[in-house]
Design a protein around this ligand. Structure first.
Ligand code: SF4
Length: 81
């Protein structure tokens, strides 16, 4: 049993995966495997987003086809989706 949301701060960005929206295709994992993994149910979880540079991290978040990943910047502005 896992939480429906997974959140983290990395590079000053606030990341949130809405796991209830994730369809598990793994686009985020393909681009940033240090940051994202699929769990046993093939739903994305955050691993270690600080290991990915900011630009690639944002690209991985933006790649989500169902907008399950939301990112807010340092100033609170929503950057993704
Ligand atoms: S890209 Fe979106 S739908 Fe695909 S695994 Fe990542 S969070 Fe889930």
């Amino acid at each position: 049993m896992s939480a429906s949301r997974d959140g983290r701060i990395a590079h000053g960005l606030r990341l949130c995966i809405d796991r209830s929206l994730c369809v598990g295709f793994g686009d985020c994992v393909d681009i940033a495997p240090e940051a994202f993994q699929l769990d046993d149910d093939s739903i994305a979880i955050l691993i270690d987003p600080d290991r990915v540079d900011r630009e690639r991290l944002l690209r991985a978040c933006d790649a989500c086809p169902v907008d399950a990943i939301t990112v807010w910047g340092e100033d609170g502005a929503q950057l993704v989706p």
